[in-house]
Design a protein around this ligand. Structure first.
Ligand code: SF4
Length: 106
């Protein structure tokens, strides 16, 4: 089969252009991920701080984890890191149908 007949070369897109094509439909009152502060406080490495590409995890002034679920791009990095390297204080599920991140093509 002549694959090149069906596939076009990928276009280079800048990060700004990619982010500009990302939309969120926030399911107010129904966060699709939650943290258990009682587990996070004893998590020494806090890998969620380092793996989330959109930085939805941060430390507050008191050194506690603060999470913003609304801007989650659903890559799954934080849940894998938390399960494998953290204290399993993060729970995550896909947003309800129609909610969450949406990547606009074109
Ligand atoms: S990796 Fe998991 S347990 Fe550790 S601080 Fe982050 S969310 Fe909490």
């Amino acid at each position: 089969m002549d694959v090149q007949r069906f596939l076009k070369p990928m276009q280079e897109i800048s990060l700004d252009d990619k982010v500009g094509k990302t939309q969120f439909k926030i399911d107010s009152g129904h966060p699709h991920m939650k943290i258990d502060p009682s587990l996070c406080v004893s998590c020494s490495d806090k890998p969620c701080l380092y793996v989330c590409p959109v930085r939805n995890f941060r430390l507050d002034e008191a050194g506690k984890i603060v999470m913003s679920w609304e801007g989650c791009i659903e890559c799954g990095g934080a849940i894998v890191a938390c399960q494998r390297l953290g204290r399993r204080g993060l729970t995550w599920e896909y947003p309800r149908g129609g909610f969450g991140v949406r990547h606009i093509r074109g």
